[in-house]
Design a protein around this ligand. Sequence first.
Ligand code: G16
Length: 559
Amino acid sequence: MNEEQQSLLLKSYSRFLPTQGVKLSYGTAGFRADASLLPSTLCRVGILAALRSLKTTSVIGLMITASHNKVSDNGVKIADPSGGMLSQHWEPFADALANAPSPQHLLMLINEFVEKEGISMDGVRPVEVLLGRDTRPSGDALLHAATLGVTSIVGAVATDMGILTTPQLHWMVRARNKGLRASEQDYFDQLSSSFRCLMGLIPTEKRKFDGMDEKVVVDGANGVGGVKLKDLGKLLNALVIEVRNSGEDGGVLNDGVGADYVQKEKVLPYSFGSKDAGIRCASLDGDADRLVYFIVPPEGSSKIDLVDGDKILSLFALFIREQLSFLNEKEDEKNYQQARLGVVQTAYANGASTNYLKQLGLEVNFTPTGVKYLHEKAAEFDIGIYFEANGHGTVLFSESFIGWLEARNNEISSGSKDSEGEKAVMRLLAVSKLINQAVGDALSGLLLVEVILQHMGWSIHRWNELYHDLPSRQLKVKVADRTAVITTNAETVVVSPPGLQEAINAETAKYPQGRCFVRPSGTEDVVRVYAEASTQEAADTLANCVAKLVDQFLGFNSS
Ligand code: G16
């Protein structure tokens, strides 16, 4: 590293000093903490993003958001050249860099890492990092810190893309690296044109059907997603989107609103009530990478019928399976193609959803929580659908399958478009453009749900009846040190502290259809408890008993 480079790094170190006594770790989706603790972290993540850009000779993304966390928190997610999450083998470096206690330490870490990775810091290669932020008030200051970090690598350019949803930024990074147009307008154009294409392929007899409302009412979590959805909605026909909790009327981000609240608490978000009974409702999270639907019950109850990520996955799987079945009809030779379809879930997936997917004959895979794991697994298939129950997920198409669809679609464009095989080709290609290939995206997910419901001729009630969820309960437990919980088998088994898993097993065995696991959150300072059983009362009791066990083993008074 030359002198100019060293002095730039030292300058940025001294500009944003780390908070004494605070150790941050790269969690489920990057760093997350109270915003006041983060300027030095953002500056260092800026350095890391620029180094990643140097290493990959590609554009990298840096998104300033704390997603579903409270408004006073903030955080950062990093988008790799593919638009997916930062490669996991860089996470330890991110941890070390964020916690480097002195300027010498910072320089030493960078020197060692750069050498290990074979990164040449000659200042002649183009380095660009796209920066986005959500609507949090701390976003501006943290953007400044991140920009300083990026530009403390000689020759690096930090491009401010403005206030965006997380999936928009990931989409832009992917598009830029593919040499495609990558503005927000391009994103909206791609989503709206593929939506129109899919709507146009719906048989006319299915266009009007029982119980289907043209309107979907969406809770925007008082975050960035609501306003963006309004903009997108203006480009759509045949669908009316009413956005509430857009944050424009002073509501607080994620406070009694948003997908995380709706999914975990299973209650109505603010501004929804009995007037909405029976209507199709949906909720986005704070940075619009999660989506859940819900049905408002008749008057007198704040409880909802939740149509969660598992049901979205099931709906997508049904539709894609149907299209693939058209391609498997041997007599339609030109459109004959066998593609491997796989689905990916986590331990939070309701047991009833997994049974349902298996009954459909689908290959169901499990990974730990975190889209970085699910995404990686789903990418092994020609079409991989992944969803967390919390509504984070997407549908991935392999390059080779897209290549086949495109080639076949070009032939079809100049010929007939009558057979179901031909329509399946056009539909699948449009789905691959509509649904975000980089990361889970509530906006594109919502449009795909809406199109499929219309294609099936289904109301939200019909969709919700695909299977009946087993009653479940999720709780959070504050403990002295959540990192003391170590799990295995896709987070279903605790290996440390010793004895905790045995105690959970003994408790779970008391309940018919009981299932329970605990894991440390990677976004909040809590241990999460998930319990499932044959009745709601049993699921609640099981969750509460296991929460007490966690407290006994790990609470502030445990020895
Ligand atoms: C992030 C991750 C998700 C994960 C969620 C909760 O979502 O992207 O994959 O499910 O955190 O993680 P944990 O249970 O470890 O706190 P988001 O929407 O908050 O960025």
